[in-house]
Design a protein around this ligand. Sequence first.
Ligand code: NAD
Length: 249
Amino acid sequence: MYMMRNKQIVISGGTSGIGLATAELFAQDGAEVLLIGRNKAKGLSAAQKIQQLSPGSVFIQADLSTMQGCHNAAQSIKRRGREIDVLVNAAGIYAEGRLGTVTEIEYDELMNINVKGTIFLTQELLSLMSKLDASIINIASDAGVNGNYGCPVYCASKGAVVAFTRGLALDCAPLIRVNCICPGDVATPLVEKQLVSGNYTLAEMTKAYPLARIGKAEEIAHMICAIASPLNGFMTGSIITIDGGLTAG
Ligand code: NAD
């Protein structure tokens, strides 16, 4: 469907939520998928699932919030001796907090994984992406374009991913296409945690959406695979919202 047979795909945050749904779709399409995540047990179980579709797929454990972690993950990938066709930067966290209460530790936690990890994993892997029409897809958020209530630092982290995408797309053309997806709320473990820690219910969250529901991880995964597909070769530097109409008005 996406022309991914025998391609090698790296997905940071590939062990859960949007990243895992994306790994499944790429694997179904014949690609070998390398899943990077923090948690070993979760990662091995995700890899087992993906290996049933694509036996060469593996889990790589790394903490991408540090440059050393990005370097270690990249070294494991380089040892495989293959070029990368697609890099999906999906590793990320969400945290609420009005500006008056945000601490330096909370700021660092958000920025280190959402921004630093995205930038330095990409830097580490660029040398493996020398094929024409290689593709990088970053996951930002509607909050990185329009802003959301009660999470200005998260908004800032995702705004940085949007701007990084645009700048990198210019620097990497014409070889590598670089695009960014901005989802609204999507049913994943990240949103499950948000609903536990926030002051609102799923029904309240859903009310904001013209399509009267939040997204499914498979819907975001489909868009990531479609962007990466060689059938989509003219798209670079694009920021694509998938948010059930949340930002349409
Ligand atoms: P999730 O919690 O299900 O998955 C997050 C993944 O990131 C996990 O695989 C985890 O291991 C990985 N990760 C987190 N910190 C890491 C670290 N320090 N090192 C390595 N890996 C790390 O979340 P999700 O909903 O699938 O989110 C994926 C991306 O989409 C995130 O960047 C998130 O900000 C973004 N996003 C999610 C939503 C949503 O509503 N779910 C909306 C907009 C944007």
